[in-house]
Design a protein around this ligand. Structure first.
Ligand SMILES: Nc1ncnc2c1ncn2[C@@H]1O[C@H](COS(=O)(=O)NC(=O)[C@@H](N)CS)[C@@H](O)[C@H]1O
Length: 420
């Protein structure tokens, strides 16, 4: 965890600065990063929240390769017009390959080779895989990278009604997923762009350094944060991506609508038969006719989410991780490594927390107290257990809540109840 004291000059936004200072990432090339141990834990915790919610909605996890043959993209008809973001190369046999920016073409190929009957529908498959998009101007660290981690899911239905049902199920699953990450997400009506189709929503969080702008009913800001939004609440409120905002719309009064900078953390699309027609992914329907399947695709920017969560959860001292995705739930700060009592209390707590599957970081460095306080405020563990000689002598531990800053003194035998 190579923690930095000074702010790296190249970082323009707070999440990039904090990710560099807390030793989460290291840039290897423009828009291409290594994930150091501390950063990888955040990524893995975000994945856990996503996979739990994907399985709840019946989406089956699989894994497609990063490298794709150009032939699939030629078949789907979007090889030529995808644009300069596509990284293409030749292999030793002169085959044209590409580093996948997305997987609609490939998942359609997987589907058509394995499913031929309406009886096997609906089907929903997803994978979590690194993508490459040769962005003309990567920036803000992993927020807009060239190699980035995405969860992309794809649903297959026999008809449009089925596809809209799948779409709505995943829409709600997205609201729950982002809620579980401690995020206040605003779903907005959006464009489908190069992916295709005519029904699409993006999921945004408000952030002063976000690259997007959304327009939304101010009532979104007062919806309860205690539970995820429901269809009725969301369906009735105006919320659109910038390209969809009708500045002359008479349906609402200007003072009811807010616009903010935001970060797009997810995007879902109804894509219909764009790929299944082009690639002949057809199934027998109940009358024995061959019909192209109706598809939707659903993306979440996992690596972008690490930065987005930090943008939405920090203060002047550093990161304030939501408990569900914190790399470590607890930091133990032993303030005096030469005091046997401090070492004993620290070890008791460390062993008890590990035994209870609570992720814990034990700071047993020789750093002085002030430096430990600064480091653990920076890296943002939701709880700090501070073990000092004076109070330690009578088995008292200081428990600091990073979010509220509140410190309470607890007898060591009462500490564990906070985490069980
Ligand atoms: N350059 C990038 N760096 C980091 N995250 C990105 C980047 N481009 C897109 N994302 C994330 O990936 C999500 C999905 O990307 S997307 O283009 O909107 N959708 C798709 O690719 C569809 N195949 C969804 S399955 C976005 O909402 C965003 O959160």
């Amino acid at each position: 965890m190579p923690v930095l004291k000074e702010v790296p000059a190249e970082a323009q936004v707070i999440s990039h600065r904090l990710m560099l200072r807390s030793g989460m990432i290291r840039q290897q090339a423009s828009g291409v990063y290594s994930w150091l141990p501390f950063g990888l834990r955040a990524l893995q915790n975000i994945i856990k929240v996503i996979t739990r919610n994907m399985s709840k909605v019946g989406s089956l996890e699989m894994l497609m390769p990063c490298i794709q043959p150009a032939s699939l993209w030629l078949e789907s008809g979007r090889f030529e017009n995808y644009g300069k973001e596509m990284l293409k190369f030749q292999d030793r046999h002169d085959n044209t390959l590409l580093f996948g920016p997305t997987n609609e073409d490939m998942i359609t190929d997987v589907f058509r080779h394995n499913i031929q009957s309406y009886k096997d529908l609906p089907k929903n498959l997803y994978h979590i895989q690194w993508k490459f998009r040769d962005e003309i101007r990567p920036r803000f660290g992993v927020m807009r990278a060239r190699e980035f981690l995405m969860k992309d899911a794809y649903s297959f239905d026999i008809d449009q009604a089925g596809a809209h049902k799948s779409y709505n199920q995943m829409y709600l699953a997205y609201l729950q997923t982002f809620h579980d990450m401690g995020l206040h997400v605003i779903p907005v009506v959006a464009d489908s762009g190069v992916i295709g189709g005519d029904l699409s929503h993006e999921f945004h969080i408000l952030a002063e350094h976000g690259e997007s702008t959304i327009f939304y009913d101010k009532r979104f800001l007062h919806l309860s944060a205690s539970k995820s939004l429901n269809m009725e609440e969301v369906g009735s409120l105006y919320a659109v991506a910038e390209e969809k905002h009708d500045f002359n719309n008479g349906n609402f009064l200007e003072d009811e609508i807010a616009s903010s900078k935001s970060i797009e953390i997810g995007h879902i699309f109804y894509i219909g038969t764009k790929y299944s027609k082009a690639m002949k992914a057809v199934v027998n329907d109940s009358n024995g006719n061959l019909v192209p399947v109706e598809m939707c695709s659903y993306g979440i920017g996992i690596s972008r989410l690490v930065a987005a969560i930090i943008e939405a959860n920090h203060d002047e001292k550093g990161i304030i991780w939501p408990s569900s995705v914190a790399p470590f739930t607890v930091s133990i700060l032993n303030l005096n490594m030469s005091d046997d009592k401090c070492n004993e209390l620290s070890k008791i707590l460390y062993d008890q927390l590990l035994a209870s599957d609570v992720s814990v970081l034990y700071d047993d460095t020789e750093e002085r107290a002030g430096s430990k306080f600064a480091t653990h405020d920076l890296i943002g563990s939701p709880y700090q257990l501070i073990i000092g000689s004076k109070k330690g002598a009578s088995d008292i531990v200081e428990v600091k809540n990073r979010k509220t800053g509140k410190i309470e003194e607890l007898d060591i035998n009462l500490v564990m109840k906070l985490f069980l």
